[in-house]
Write a protein that binds this ligand. Structure first.
Ligand SMILES: Nc1nc2c(c(=O)[nH]1)N[C@H]1C(S)=C(S)[C@@H](COP(=O)(O)O)O[C@H]1N2
Ligand SMILES: [Mo]
Length: 215
């Protein structure tokens, strides 16, 4: 992924890594950045809080590229944290016991921003719950105390300041009807799943005027 000189379709390389958020969220900062506390809820047998047990898992360092749907990419970010798959298998499955049908997962940040991912996609080896970026503790700008990193998906799936993970047996719409086209249920970068409904080229063009003011 990182060695390749070519970026995914429709992306251009940025020489910085800005904090980015949709306007309602961009200036909302998390209340708690000192302790990790992520509630696992939804279609589970018992609600569980992820916190100190995470540090018993294998720490994983990973260099990956980050792709915002508005078309900028930042290459070679060095993340450190825990594989979502390890968190799922070692803590979530035994403790929370999600329903075996719960393949739709809603992840929410302390600022209220949320997204959904398919459990299958979250279990990919490169999906992390990260607490470090470029050898330093994650800053508030980039998602302290812990964020999701899903490099194969557009940035809007990589929730910062994660506070809740909800397992659901049924999928749900998270955006109001008129804004739904802005996101895609899976959001895979390689397939240019930028939007639901609108063609990728149109979405790229729509975002163009917003790139400068938002980075
Ligand atoms: N909690 C939260 N997570 C979020 C967002 C947000 O506004 N709030 N924005 C998303 C979008 S659209 C992108 S591109 C990335 C940007 O990550 P960065 O701010 O670390 O660059 O965060 C994603 N995760
Ligand atoms: Mo984004």
């Amino acid at each position: 992924m990182n060695e390749k000189a070519i970026l995914p379709p429709g992306q251009f390389e940025l020489d910085q890594f800005p904090r980015f958020g949709l306007t309602p969220f961009a200036y909302r900062y998390p209340k708690n950045i000192d302790t990790i506390s992520i509630r696992v809820k939804g279609d589970v047998v018992s609600e569980t809080v992820l916190s100190d047990q995470l540090s018993e898992l294998e720490r994983v360092d990973q260099v990956s590229d980050f792709h915002c749907v508005t078309t900028w990419s930042r290459r070679n970010l060095k993340w450190s944290g825990y594989r979502f798959r390890d968190v799922f298998e070692s803590i979530i499955q035994p403790q929370a016991q999600p329903d075996s049908e719960a393949g739709f997962v809603i992840i929410r940040g302390q600022d209220g921003y949320r997204t959904s991912m398919q459990l299958d996609d979250l279990l990919a080896a490169d999906v992390l719950l990260a607490d470090q970026l470029n050898d330093a503790p994650l800053s508030i700008e980039h998602g302290a105390p812990m964020r999701l990193v899903a490099p194969a998906h557009y940035g809007y799936k990589s929730i910062k300041h994660v506070e809740k993970i909800e397992f659901c047996c049924e999928s749900r719409e998270l955006f109001p009807f008129g804004l739904r086209f802005l996101i895609h249920a899976r959001g895979r970068v390689a397939l240019e799943e930028r939007s639901s409904g609108a063609p990728a080229w149109l979405v790229r063009r729509l975002y163009k005027p917003f790139i400068k003011p938002t980075i």
